[in-house]
Write a protein that binds this ligand. Structure first.
Ligand SMILES: *[C@@H]1O[C@H](CO)[C@@H](O)[C@H](O)[C@H]1NC(C)=O
Ligand SMILES: *[C@@H]1O[C@H](CO)[C@@H](O)[C@H](O)[C@H]1NC(C)=O
Ligand SMILES: *[C@@H]1O[C@H](CO)[C@@H](O)[C@H](O)[C@H]1NC(C)=O
Ligand SMILES: *[C@@H]1O[C@H](CO)[C@@H](O)[C@H](O)[C@H]1NC(C)=O
Ligand SMILES: *[C@@H]1O[C@H](CO)[C@@H](O)[C@H](O)[C@H]1NC(C)=O
Ligand SMILES: *[C@@H]1O[C@H](CO)[C@@H](O)[C@H](O)[C@H]1NC(C)=O
Ligand SMILES: *[C@@H]1O[C@H](CO)[C@@H](O)[C@H](O)[C@H]1NC(C)=O
Ligand SMILES: *[C@@H]1O[C@H](CO)[C@@H](O)[C@H](O)[C@H]1NC(C)=O
Ligand SMILES: *[C@@H]1O[C@H](CO)[C@@H](O)[C@H](O)[C@H]1NC(C)=O
Ligand SMILES: *[C@@H]1O[C@H](CO)[C@@H](O)[C@H](O)[C@H]1NC(C)=O
Length: 880
């Protein structure tokens, strides 16, 4: 506990102020008289200088004698089977639940960390040894064979596997090749050799490790749970947002030997796509374990149906002792389909067949591998000219693309070995049955990293999550960008937006998700076109991201630079999603929905506002016409008997309450009536629809709470001015994330179980996931109540929401002019006090959240609103 607190909330102390204008305060905060305020002095941002080299992060508890700062104790793994265990009693709280179950103990980092794992090996009692290492966010991952993986959804410049084996051949530093995207827990088991002593373990961090107290934005409350919940935002941002070139390529290219690929999701190219009736040929040199490839599979899409082939070696002496001989036996061609050879909750994979090769598949020698795909569902595989398998993929009858996913535009081949394997690949050819060469690549040039989408990230990117779906998803940023703005690092909104515009194609479409990797123009075109047409809403949400970014920063030049891109994107959205007859939006292909239509209305009207601001009023007139038509359409869905909005014959859903509110559809009376149904959807963990209406009941495993929908509800409750319900929602839905139990990560979760006790999609749940991370924004915009009233905070308001119960709250709100310091709280007589200090260049209006008179800086008998001149004295309001 102590260590955790140290790490998270290190220094709230007032220290020197940065020169950075965002952090600079225009004048003193006047904290001298803090004794008279119900809140503690509002701190300045802690000073922090980013270290030159990489930052290393260490466990908070491993073994006797460890401190929270460094894991310097020696861990001895004497015999095979020994686990790297912890005995420290300083963090008993985390593990007492598990102790009674005689489950393995583990290395605990106290919260999520990310980066390249390293171990300082101080002794090795055998010529070599092998360590099996697991990584997981939720503790339970350590109890299962595959930990909380594999996560083969994208080539996210990290390891897809959450278990890896390391060969120890000498003392000194032992580091993994891959980044592990985010985990709190790690276990290390000696599976071969003896006498391994590890003096220190940790991660060479791949993410920002600046203390949260050093960020421009800040929030604290008399209720420490609320403070903790706010802090989930900046930490999630650190785990999910990456500056350019911070996530290294996962392929290594040699100008002679080709490309060296370690076990990972097979990566694919658009260049050789859509061949029909062909042979894929390449040379492979297995370094250890085996080699893998795929054919006829979707390019970076949300499904993967082509065959997944893994050819294992003869596992010579020295091979990893823990190879799974039932899944990947030696000298075998293994056939799979779907995401992987294994399942991970909603990421389904099929292990269809195994073809024993019948002779030794040698390591460290070159082999010729050919696969025929005549296009009738059958495949023939030859190794060094000898046929080793022939199968009909369709005949296995599983793993085909479900009908609700529209067909993908591009199918291609892909390269990547299986877990704990590594191989060289070179001289790739696709030859059509006609003899024509379709694709040829010696794989010896660095540009293949860009072609196959495995190059380092060229833009600032924001993933949804640290560990999983490491794609740059567009739509979820509607929520996360607001929290990034609350923290004040606006480059994590504009940077990913620049990446998205850089991947817009001629149709106007901006892809709903993007690889982090730098891409070539063909790679961009193919990957964008390959995304299915059921995520057009993500483009609608992107308008809202841009709109709020503009509101917060006043960055007109960003709007100006991308105005043409935005117009093209709107043309794409209108054409693909809006039904011209009904004016409902369909998300591209999901049928008309309220949320899709409301999102469109919001986007259209924001375009009108932004366009008018830029002087393009006539160009945006058509948007208002469409918005009005769509408003009418939604208004027509009012069910007077039921008192809700829904398509005829359908029940209402909670998400629609949010969207009807946010788009301000119909009258306030009708919206109130609609919201009166919210309590009927209440469960201990928040609000959720019954299975029939719940789009996240993917496994049929019962309803779970989508944090994204919770975020939408919270935002809408802010717009309704209903602080009481909002606070209840925050406690139910986000409270479990700050409980210091084994599943705590210090970051926002993706799903919550309906009973509010655990991450809702079990081990697949991303526990540093940003699509629901709205409280960080909510505390700033609604609880402190600070919002711009003109873009860039030239004018702003301070209007705390009513019904929110805390003794006090305080914070720093980032603006382009500097920080707004504000707080409110109650004195012992129950009177509300407020203070606001604004930076030069801004003018604020305080709207006290109570009726009646108040004093302003000691001057009694005031009422109405209070003006705050930026750059002048602190304004203090005291209820009379
Ligand atoms: C652990 O080792 C590091 C690096 O050698 C050192 O800076 C640190 O003080 C040590 N910590 C403890 C608790 O011994
Ligand atoms: C886990 O691994 C062990 C040892 O390899 C094996 O016996 C067991 O069947 C595996 N369990 C599952 C669920 O795959
Ligand atoms: C914080 O949340 C925990 C768990 O829900 C609860 O037990 C505790 O009372 C809360 N603390 C405050 C100050 O409300
Ligand atoms: C691929 O084709 C090139 C010529 O186009 C040839 O040099 C190379 O050997 C071929 N590779 C394989 C594996 O057949
Ligand atoms: C591990 O190292 C030993 C000793 O160098 C070697 O014989 C063995 O092949 C290595 N195993 C793997 C999988 O790299
Ligand atoms: C994964 O789950 C599906 C059912 O959803 C099952 O058909 C399939 O066999 C499972 N795959 C593996 C490798 O166990
Ligand atoms: C492959 O299997 C499917 C499904 O059983 C069958 O319809 C098809 O005819 C088979 N193709 C060939 C070439 O045998
Ligand atoms: C593939 O091409 C060969 C040669 O042109 C032809 O004989 C064969 O029928 C084709 N196969 C399919 C499934 O079209
Ligand atoms: C309106 O709501 C009522 C009550 O839930 C329901 O019985 C009725 O079918 C709904 N009307 C339509 C047109 O869906
Ligand atoms: C932690 O999460 C797991 C699911 O991953 C759940 O089964 C377990 O009950 C949770 N533990 C606690 C203490 O909440």
């Amino acid at each position: 506990m102590k260590g955790l607190h140290l790490a998270l909330f290190a220094a709230l102390a007032v220290v020197s102020v940065h020169a950075n204008p965002l952090r600079a305060r225009n004048f003193g905060n006047g904290n001298g008289n803090s004794a008279s305020t119900p809140w503690p002095p509002i701190p300045d941002p802690q000073s922090y200088t980013k270290p030159d080299g990489p930052v290393r992060v260490y466990p908070v508890s491993v073994n006797k004698g460890l401190t929270s700062e460094h894991a310097n104790a020696t861990i001895s793994l004497k015999n095979e089977g020994d686990l790297f265990t912890r005995e420290s009693r300083s963090l008993v709280l985390f593990l007492q639940v598990e102790r009674s179950q005689s489950s393995p103990f583990a290395v605990d980092y106290g919260r999520d960390v990310a980066g390249r794992p390293f171990f300082e090996v101080t002794a090795l009692g055998s010529p070599y040894a092998q360590l099996e290492v697991k990584y997981t966010e939720a503790f339970n991952g350590l109890k299962v064979n595959y930990s909380d993986g594999p996560f083969p959804f994208s080539n996210g410049l990290s390891s897809e596997f959450r278990v890896e084996t390391l060969n120890v051949t000498k003392t000194g530093e032992l580091a993994s090749f891959f980044i592990q995207g985010s985990q709190r827990w790690e276990s290390v088991k000696l599976i071969k050799g003896q006498g391994v002593e590890i003096k220190s373990a940790g991660f060479i961090s791949s993410v920002d490790e600046a203390p949260i107290a050093s960020k421009p934005g800040y929030f604290a409350s008399s209720n420490s749970n609320m403070t903790d919940i706010w802090n989930l935002g900046p930490r999630t941002q650190q785990l999910a947002c990456f500056p350019p070139n911070s996530q290294p390529s996962t392929w290594e290219v040699d100008s002679k030997k080709g490309v060296y690929i370690r076990g990972q999701k097979p990566a694919t190219t658009v260049k050789g796509a859509n061949a029909k009736n062909y042979t894929l040929a390449f040379e492979a040199n297995i370094d250890y374990g085996g080699v893998g490839w795929r054919l006829d599979t979707e390019i970076d899409n949300i499904f993967a149906e082509g065959p997944y082939l893994v050819l294992t070696s003869n596992y010579p002496e020295g091979s990893f002792k823990n190879y799974n001989h039932s899944l990947v036996p030696p000298n075998t061609l293994v056939l799979g389909r779907g995401w992987s050879l294994q399942n991970q909750t909603t990421l389904t994979g099929w292990h269809l067949d195994s073809f024993p090769v019948g002779f030794d598949v040698t390591e460290k020698t070159w082999h010729n591998i050919e696969t025929d795909s005549p296009g009738d569902g059958t495949y023939t595989v030859r190794l060094d000219g000898k046929q080793i398998a022939h199968f009909n993929l369709t005949a296995y009858n599983v793993g085909a693309r479900p009908p609700y996913f529209p067909p993908c535009a591009y199918y291609s081949f892909a390269f990547g070995p299986w877990q704990d394997q590594a191989a060289w690949y070179r001289n790739v050819n696709i030859t059509l049955a006609s003899g024509q060469n379709w694709y040829s690549n010696p794989m010896t040039s660095e540009d293949i990293k860009v072609e196959y989408g495995v190059a380092t990230n060229d833009f600032t990117v924001c993933s949804d999550a640290g560990k999983r779906d490491r794609y740059s998803w567009l739509g979820d940023r509607q929520i996360s960008a607001r929290s990034v703005e609350a923290v004040g690092e606006f480059e994590y909104v504009s940077g990913p937006a620049e990446q998205a515009f850089a991947r817009q194609i001629a149709s106007g479409e901006v892809p709903s998700n993007m690889l982090f990797s730098q891409l070539d123009p063909l790679g961009i075109q193919g990957r964008t076109e390959s995304l299915d047409l059921i995520l057009v809403d993500w483009d609608s949400k992107f308008f809202d991201v841009i709109y709020h970014y503009w509101q917060k920063t006043g960055n007109d030049s960003f709007l100006q630079a991308h105005w043409g891109d935005m117009r093209a994107m709107m043309a794409y959205v209108m054409q693909t999603s809006i039904d011209p007859k009904t004016s409902f939006s369909t998300n591209g292909g999901s049928g008309p929905t309220i949320s899709s239509t409301a999102l469109n209305i919001i986007a259209l009207e924001e375009m009108v506002e932004m366009g008018s601001h830029l002087g393009h009023s006539s160009a945006v007139a058509a948007y208002q016409v469409q918005a009005n038509l769509s408003r009418k359409a939604l208004e027509g869905l009012w069910n007077e008997t039921g008192g809700f909005y829904a398509f005829p014959g359908k029940d209402y859903i909670v998400e629609d309450m949010a969207w009807i509110e946010l788009a301000k559809i119909g009258t306030a009376e009708r919206r109130d009536k609609f919201w009166s149904h919210l309590p009927s959807r209440q469960v201990p963990g928040g609000y959720v629809d019954p299975p029939a209406e719940n789009k996240f009941d993917l496994l049929g495993g019962g309803v779970k709470i989508s944090m994204n929908i919770a975020a939408e509800l919270l935002w809408a409750l802010g717009e309704r001015g209903d602080g009481k319900t909002a606070q209840d929602l925050v406690k139910r839905t986000y409270g479990p994330m700050v409980e210091r139990n084994v599943n705590y990560t210090g970051a926002y979760w993706e799903f919550l179980s309906a009973d509010g006790t655990y991450p809702g999609n079990d081990l697949e749940t991303a526990q540093s996931h940003f699509w629901g991370g709205f409280p960080t924004a909510f505390m700033m915009e609604y609880v402190l109540g600070v919002k711009p009233t003109t873009p860039g905070f030239a004018t702003f308001e301070v209007a705390p929401i009513s019904g929110w119960e805390d003794d006090w709250v305080e914070g720093r709100v980032p603006t382009p002019h500097g920080l707004i310091y504000t707080a409110w709280g109650y004195d012992s007589a129950g009177k509300l006090h407020m203070e606001v200090t604004a930076p030069k260049g801004t003018t604020g209006t305080i709207k006290p959240p109570f009726e009646g008179s108040f004093s302003v800086n000691g001057k009694a008998g005031q009422s109405g609103t209070v003006k705050v001149e930026g750059g002048r004295v602190k304004v203090t309001v005291v209820q009379q």
